[in-house]
Design a protein around this ligand. Structure first.
Ligand SMILES: [Zn+2]
Length: 510
């Protein structure tokens, strides 16, 4: 492909600055950077200061900041009443034990029949449409949480994230996933949730009840219907197509909620492009600045702060470091925007807002590169690049990693759906080619053990703090590669495009 000849990659600067940013953002005084909290506000101010120090131009709606309106809905737990009504009688359910609910702006009282919709997927492009032939008007849709065999990782990811949209369009009033028997446990689940105040950008709009049901209750849901649960469960465990149909059970729910409004900022800085034509095309670099706050239960260890050092102080630090390195090197023909997004942990909300309302004047976003929890804990032999198969940004990445002796490694866990689990997805769904990165490993190696142990023991745990054994050489080389890629994409001859065969080549939702 036609691209500019790149200058040889400069040596990677040490990770000193990067680590200083991680230490600031993950400090106990920021109390876990929960969206809307003083700690997160302070993180946002720090990032703005660093953008200023790097020489970026403020490009929010209020200086560096783009303040986003949110609504938080909380279930009034003591007043919640739940019951399953079958032809033979009514059984009360216990919130948390039997049914875990995620309250939404439309959450309220509901009394509606249940319908079983298999995997609940509507992907007619892939020949999968579990909703086909079902009457969902006024119904609550019950579905398996998994996906059938034969879907690409991207389609699995997109399909499982977007079940509700097609159900809502078909008239459904609620959605309930069947929990996994092995992991149900005793937790009560979250009883409050955050949504964008603009309901058009709220993916759960219209959802009067949404949650997960204890798998132990499922035989009772299926009793009296034409569906046989044991056979459905056996087919689901093999990833086979599932039968669907009406159940004879209804859910009655009294769901009083409290709501409050709040705001939280994205931080936006740009390096204007130098080319008179290409400067109107913007490459967006994103990383989320928020985390999950503090532990609300009884504290046993004395530590109650989710510091989020890897998730995602590390990526926000890479964003700041990339801004600094790229501003030093200069010469970007396209405009580069550095966006520290809020409310990722609440469902990619800050990036969703920015992608819908980019504070970039009349310019067009042509690509997104995102870093979330990239795990610089092992030697940097390769990277995972989520979305690598989907667009020609892969060609830019290939060129950049070759220069630095880094491989692009296949994702060994496509079932984790990481392609849609961070902020790049907010751009992808609007038709913008994107890539997201983590330090990669090869299955069966000691690096694989370290990486997987981290996810098991530290992901969203109190121990994700700055005492972890970070590999500073890996962080430094990763950051240098990221800066190379920033400049390469900013200066490539053609606008980035999806592969012709990519599912994401057609924009998915507004
Ligand atoms: Zn997280």
């Amino acid at each position: 492909m036609a691209t500019e000849a790149a200058a040889p990659a400069p040596p990677a600067p040490p990770a000193t600055e990067w680590w200083r940013h991680v230490q600031v953002l993950a400090h106990d005084s920021l109390k876990g950077r929960d969206t809307g909290s003083p700690g997160h506000e302070s993180a946002a101010r720090y990032i703005a200061q660093q953008f200023a120090a790097a020489g970026l131009t403020p490009s929010g709606t209020d200086g560096w900041f783009q303040r986003i309106p949110f609504v938080e809905v909380t279930l009034d737990q003591p007043r919640v009443q739940l019951a399953l009504r079958t032809p033979t009688g009514s059984t009360p359910l216990v919130l948390g034990r039997d049914l875990r609910l995620t309250p939404r702006p439309a959450t309220g009282n509901v009394d509606a029949p249940l319908v079983f919709a298999g995997y609940g997927l509507s992907l007619p492009q892939a020949g999968v449409d579990d909703l086909n032939g079902l009457d969902l008007r006024g119904k609550i849709v019950v579905h398996m949480a998994g996906v059938p065999n034969g879907l690409s990782p991207a389609l699995q990811a997109h399909g499982s994230r977007n079940r509700w949209a097609a159900m809502r369009d078909a008239g459904a009033v609620g959605i309930i996933a069947i929990g996994s028997a092995g992991v149900w446990g005793n937790g009560a689940g979250a009883t409050s949730s955050l949504s964008l105040a603009d309901s058009l950008l709220d993916d759960a709009r219209g959802q009067r009840v949404g949650g997960t049901i204890n798998p132990a209750l499922i035989p009772r849901l299926f009793a009296g219907s034409a569906l046989v649960w044991d056979s459905v469960a056996a087919r689901a465990s093999r990833g086979d197509p599932l039968p669907t149909g009406a159940l004879t059970t209804s859910l009655q729910a009294t769901l009083p909620t409290h709501r409050r409004t709040l705001t939280s900022p994205n931080v936006v800085g740009i390096i204007p492009g130098t080319d008179p034509a290409l400067r109107h095309e913007v490459v967006v670099y994103s990383a989320h600045s928020d985390h999950v706050g503090t532990f609300k239960g009884p504290v046993l260890t004395g530590d109650s702060i989710f510091n989020g050092a890897m998730d995602n102080a590390s990526g926000a630090a890479t964003l700041m470091e990339t801004a600094r390195l790229v501003a030093q090197r200069g010469g970007n023909k396209r405009t580069l925007a550095f966006v520290a997004v809020t409310a990722e942990e609440k469902g990619l909300l800050g990036s969703r807002w920015f992608a819908a309302h980019p504070s970039l004047g009349t310019s067009t976003i042509v690509a997104n590169l995102n870093t979330d929890m990239f795990l610089p804990l092992i030697p940097l032999k390769g990277v995972f690049a989520y979305g690598y198969e989907e667009s020609d940004l892969a060609d830019d990445l290939d060129a950049v990693v070759r220069e630095r002796g880094i491989a692009v490694l296949p994702d060994p866990e496509p079932q984790e759906n990481r392609f849609v689990r961070s902020d790049q997805y907010s751009f992808i769904r609007r038709g913008i080619p994107a890539l997201a990165f983590k330090v990669g490993y090869t299955p069966g190696t000691p690096e694989a053990t370290i990486w997987q142990a981290w996810v098991r023991d530290h992901y969203h745990k109190l121990s994700d703090d700055t005492t972890q054994p970070v590999n500073f050489e890996t962080a430094a080389r990763f950051n240098a590669m990221y800066a190379d890629l920033a400049l390469r994409v900013a200066n490539r001859a053609t606008r980035p495009s999806w592969r012709a065969k990519s599912f994401f080549a057609v924009p998915l939702v507004p």
